[in-house]
Design a protein. Sequence first.
Length: 134
Amino acid sequence: LSGKYNSIAVIEVRIMTLANEGYSVKFNLARKIMSWRDYYMWNNNFTRAISDEACDLIKESLPKIGVIEWMMAYNDKLTDAIESKFPSQGEWKISIEYEDGTKFESGAEQNFPKDWNSLRSLIEKVTGCSFLLH
């Protein structure tokens, strides 16, 4: 799987409430651009460049967090070992585009991975924005 992580060009992570409020962040690692979408307040949306250090942090952190493994488990309905036992009032979706143009998506409603907070913390560190549902 390490090759799968090394060839990520774009990763987008979205969290939404059942009322369609929430956040989406898209990291284009190939172009070093980040797009933030705030579904609570449209005027908080922005796009900006991200530093080499931030790109490196994302690339180093994703394998440690195990994002692709989560996605595969949710797609295969094998979530017992990775899923939090406490339902959440919302949903998550992760989309990955690889350098060769292939795409991989996964998500779930009300059931977040146990280590979701590690991904949330990474997103907050890179964006400087809160990635929590209200």
